[in-house]
Design a protein around this ligand. Structure first.
Ligand SMILES: [Zn+2]
Length: 475
């Protein structure tokens, strides 16, 4: 599948453009496969010919990245150096190294501002790296008025390469922000296979959101809590779920075909988010729990576990929560609550204040949450009259057995439970993140519904964690 999916990117873009409410796909070429990097100069000549003769800023971090060796010639050249050599045929390459701390780069305002200043004046931006560097590159390209941008992906670690949004750190909170599509995406599977295996497993984890996030998106639309739901964008990725689960052992073994499938689905997942104009096709409650785990790690002063590793584990938990909510919706009396702002503001602030005594984080979350609360309250009369069993039936087809998600992760050697993450996450932090995940943003998820039905808080989160433990013991 990886060989042909993007051979007709204009065709795919045209097909998505015919879906009402979608936005145009700005990505103009995607190359995924062995030796894909060798095509870099030809792709740039084809898609961005006007940049020839100009400076090419090569944006990367200071961690060397090597392709997997073939056993005879040893490992190949470092990726950034290869890119610089390839660019030298038509451009003047110039390194822009993004400084990190403890090997971690953060996409905060200061980092993006500094990178923008150093890239300014270049005719072309080539970002070489994984998720956070790509997010910074997309933000810099947007800041510089749509500077032509090529991403050379060095790990199949997240789905954020092929879209026009960046996860930025604002007031200590990770926020998805509109930035700019890359013009070209290159994912060389030899290079991806050379990435540390936890990064590759993390990519699989990020994709496990396909078993929970589309259901959240559909639920939100059915409840009048989202403006759109585009089934073709969901099936773009979800249509390959069986292939992905079957490829799980190959992903662990860095089999080139399995890595190619993973990179292809990550790119499709990005395209779905970009076309939707929201991360909703690929990001629901499993992501909000993960974002709260990031906040807890930041407050502790240490790096969080890998994004996708957290998301995969959280998809198992969210899927268990979904099972509870589906059962609840089948009961004869479904009674939603409509709490007031006066009731919810202290709750939101109380959830986040311990992690940020200055209150900036809590204030940011409350601004987002109050929009969602206002919409929920405005929908009161429709919601009191809703056919809840019908809602459950319409969403059920998008869900998967929690055990199947856990088994997929386990077959790839990816973390399926909190204690398996690096660093491991304790029970108290997990309960806090799960019970409060709905309070951080305006996206409506299954956790919001469970909360408004009086069925979501620390006790229930603890029960779900217990169910997850028994699930994995049985698998
Ligand atoms: Zn993600």
């Amino acid at each position: 599948m990886s060989a042909c999916t993007f051979s007709d990117l204009p065709g795919l873009a045209a097909r998505l453009a015919s879906v009402p409410g979608t936005r145009p796909v700005g990505l103009r070429a995607v190359e995924i496969g062995p030796q894909a990097l060798a095509h870099l100069p030809a792709l740039i000549r084809q898609v961005l010919p006007d940049t020839a003769g100009g400076t090419a800023a090569v944006l990367r971090d200071d961690v060397p990245k090597f392709p997997r060796g073939d056993g005879r010639s040893g490992r190949g050249a470092e990726a950034g150096e290869t890119v610089t050599r390839l660019l030298a045929a038509d451009h003047w390459p110039r390194d822009v190294i993004v400084p990190g701390s403890d090997g971690h780069v953060y996409a905060d305002a200061e980092t993006i501002g500094a990178a923008t200043g150093r890239v300014r004046g270049a005719a072309l931006l080539v970002t070489v790296g994984s998720g956070t560097i790509a997010d910074i590159g997309k933000a810099v390209s947007a800041r510089l008025g749509g500077l032509p941008h090529v991403i050379v992906q060095t790990a199949a670690s997240v789905n954020g390469f092929a879209d026009d949004q960046s996860v930025l750190l604002l007031s200590g909170v990770k926020r998805t922000t509109q930035t700019r599509w890359p013009d070209v995406l290159v994912a060389d599977t030899d290079l991806l296979a050379g990435a540390p295996i936890p990064l590759t497993r993390s990519g699989l984890g990020d994709l496990m959101a396909m078993f929970t996030a589309p259901a959240d998106w559909r639920l939100a639309q059915l409840l009048g809590m989202a403006d759109s739901y585009q089934e073709p964008l969901v099936s773009l990725v979800r249509g390959h779920s069986d292939a992905l689960l079957q490829a799980a052992p190959g992903i662990s073994a860095t089999d080139p075909d399995a890595i190619g499938l993973l990179a292809t689905l990550l790119a499709l997942s990005g395209i779905a988010m970009g076309a939707a104009g929201t991360t909703a096709p690929s990001s629901g409650a499993e992501h909000t729990v993960s974002h709260l785990l990031d906040m807890a790690a930041a407050a502790r002063g240490g790096p969080p576990a890998l994004h996708g590793a957290q998301v995969g584990m959280c998809a198992v938990l969210t899927s268990l929560l979904w099972q509870r909510v589906i059962r609840l919706l089948a009961s004869p009396r479904v009674t939603p609550h409509f709490p007031s702002e006066a009731e919810m503001e202290p709750r939101v602030r109380g959830a986040f204040d311990p992690y940020d005594p200055a209150g900036a984080m809590a204030g940011e979350c409350w601004q987002h949450y109050r929009r969602k609360l206002a919409r929920w309250r405005a929908n009161r009369s429709q919601l009191l009259d809703l056919d809840w069993a019908g809602v459950a039936r319409q969403v059920a087809g998008l869900l998967t057995e929690p055990a199947q998600i856990a088994a997929g992760l386990e077959r790839a050697g990816a973390p399926a439970r909190p204690c398996e993450l690096d660093p491991p996450i304790g029970q108290a932090t997990m309960v806090w993140a799960m019970a409060n995940c709905h309070l951080m943003r305006d996206r409506f998820t299954v956790a919001d519904l469970a909360f408004f039905l009086g069925a979501w808080g620390p006790d229930e989160a603890g029960e779900v964690l217990g169910e997850a433990g028994r699930l994995e013991a049985a698998a």
